[in-house]
Design a protein around this ligand. Structure first.
Ligand code: COA
Length: 133
């Protein structure tokens, strides 16, 4: 059974392995732990002791929030976990004006089902920093 928590201090580096699939220079589990702990809101999906999915939000707490990361381990994809994580973090952010996500075109329908709409954005990526500070 998959359960969830919004307290990232309850998990250890051993519980957050296997994420950032396909990233050429992925953050290490300890870096993932740091970014979870530094986020404004976090929802983790756990199967037993293992984190199998997570979503983060960063925010000024007044007007705006950005959802930079959502990932479900391949072994657990297609079971509604990504949808539930996103629903829950959107609920947590419902008092804010702007809630933004940048994503690949193919993933946009996933978010549209949850009430977000397409927009245009611009981004910058410092690939040498992809694994984190
Ligand atoms: C996107 C992701 C989080 C979805 O998680 P998930 O738990 O597999 O999603 P769900 O089981 O809740 O899927 C619900 C629906 O979204 C659709 N969907 C899932 N992943 C999708 C994707 N990558 N692109 C488009 N649609 C997707 C499913 O087909 C499903 O539709 P259905 O109910 O009509 O069958 C997961 O595929 C993932 O971790 N991908 C890699 C990282 C990523 O792309 N993150 C998003 C960054 S912006």
């Amino acid at each position: 059974m998959v359960r969830s928590t919004n307290d990232p201090t309850l998990v250890t580096r051993e519980q957050v392995e296997g994420f950032f699939i396909g990233w050429p220079n992925p953050p290490q589990p300890e870096t993932l732990l740091r970014l979870l702990q530094g986020s404004y809101r976090v929802i983790l999906a756990l199967d037993g002791d293992q984190v199998v999915g997570f979503v983060t939000a960063i925010s000024d707490g007044v007007l705006s929030a950005y959802i930079p990361l959502l990932e479900v381990l391949p072994s657990h994809q297609g079971r509604g976990i990504g949808t539930e994580l996103t629903r829950r973090i959107l609920d947590d952010l419902t008092n804010l004006y702007m809630i933004d996500v940048m994503c690949d075109k193919e993933v946009a329908p996933f978010y549209e089902r949850l009430g977000l709409r397409r927009a245009t954005g611009v981004i910058r990526r410092n690939y040498s920093r992809q694994s984190g500070e």
